[in-house]
Design a protein around this ligand. Structure first.
Ligand SMILES: *[C@@H]1O[C@H](CO)[C@@H](O)[C@H](O)[C@H]1NC(C)=O
Ligand SMILES: *[C@@H]1O[C@H](CO)[C@@H](O)[C@H](O)[C@H]1NC(C)=O
Ligand SMILES: *[C@@H]1O[C@H](CO)[C@@H](O)[C@H](O)[C@H]1NC(C)=O
Length: 307
């Protein structure tokens, strides 16, 4: 029995009386098919139960490459990361591209779901970060690297929209450089998580674990379908579905919709304060909730209300 501090954004996954089943931190459950033990290896080709649209390329299979990244058309053993944009010939989704070796320790899992509580949790989380889209996933894929470094790549889609989430737990120092982000064929679209290729990328104080683009430390979320033409604010790109507050008092909230940027008066609620965010400002909940964990269940959440 122990008392833990819940992260300021959490969702009650299954509520039963006063018992609330939750996922702690940015990681989803680590489970699925175990990949081989092989240095610089890859999973076998994994057929996707539903095609995944990555910036207009519909992919029907995927490879989990042990050096920390996903590819679609063929496996790839590269252990020496390149900086994005690399203007290459592959679509790459790279939560943690560096030299990893799972022969001695460390497990790599992958799984896909078309229903169930994990898919519902991913759906809820994406709707929190991209509130304008009314998204309901009908397929998700999760690749998990567990110890030496623990992190995940999550793909989610409802055919119309596609998302990639990267989740980071405890990360070991790695001797080589590290690239985190994604890149398309010819780099028509690419993103690098800030801090990649720096000394701050790995280790216990990694910026991947401590920072976020969605106000959940250790989680990074991206809308990656062709529909994402997005919006701009003061010349800066904003992803479709993304929201931010445009001023330092958080009086006005703006959301990038298919019809452009839409702003309205929407100040922070009573339990929130306005803080600088990775983009402009955001209302952040300051009150921390605690609960008592007994055998993986969370009791006596305080304050008592669940949302
Ligand atoms: C990308 O690579 C192609 C050939 O593969 C080349 O023609 C093009 O100039 C490159 N673009 C950039 C920005 O490097
Ligand atoms: C990538 O660039 C090459 C060379 O410029 C071109 O032949 C190819 O069609 C491009 N591929 C995509 C998917 O844009
Ligand atoms: C690493 O983090 C420290 C402390 O936050 C910061 O001062 C430094 O600029 C960072 N270095 C790089 C290369 O990002």
């Amino acid at each position: 029995k122990k008392t833990i501090i819940l992260p300021h954004i959490y969702n009650c996954l299954i509520k039963s009386g006063t018992v609330c089943y939750i996922f702690l931190g940015p990681l989803y459950p680590i489970r699925g098919t175990l990949s081989y033990r092989s240095d610089d290896g890859s999973s076998p080709e994994i057929s996707l139960l539903q095609a995944f649209n990555f910036y207009g390329n519909a992919h029907s299979s995927i490879y989990v490459n042990h050096n920390g990244y996903l590819t679609f058309d063929a496996e790839w053993s590269s252990y020496s990361p390149r900086q994005f944009p690399m203007n290459g010939s592959r679509d790459v989704i790279a939560p943690f591209w560096t030299d990893l070796d799972n022969r001695g320790s460390g497990n790599i899992y992958y799984d896909q779901y078309t229903s169930g509580p994990i898919l519902q949790q991913v759906t809820q989380d994406i709707n929190t970060y991209f509130p304008a889209l009314n998204f309901q996933a009908n397929w998700i894929f999760i690749a998990s690297w567990h110890e030496q470094s623990t992190f995940q790549a999550v793909l989610a889609s409802n055919r119309q929209y596609s998302f990639v989430l990267m989740n980071y737990g405890s990360l070991a120092f790695t001797p080589r450089n590290l690239q985190a982000g994604f890149d398309t064929v010819n780099s028509s679209h690419h993103f690098t998580i800030p801090g990649s290729f720096s000394v701050n990328a790995t280790g216990p104080n990694s910026v991947l674990t401590l920072d976020s683009n969605v106000n959940v430390p250790g989680r990074w979320a991206f809308c990656v379908d062709q529909s994402s033409t997005g919006c701009t604010f003061n010349g800066q790109p904003v992803q479709i579905g993304d929201s931010f507050w445009s001023d330092s008092t958080c009086a006005q909230k703006c959301t990038c919709t298919g019809a452009g940027l839409q702003c309205s008066n929407d100040p922070c609620s009573y339990s929130q304060i306005c803080r600088p965010a990775s983009f402009q400002y955001s209302c952040q909940t300051v009150q921390r909730r605690t609960c008592t964990i007994i055998e993986g269940k969370c009791f006596n959440i305080s304050p008592a209300h669940l949302n």
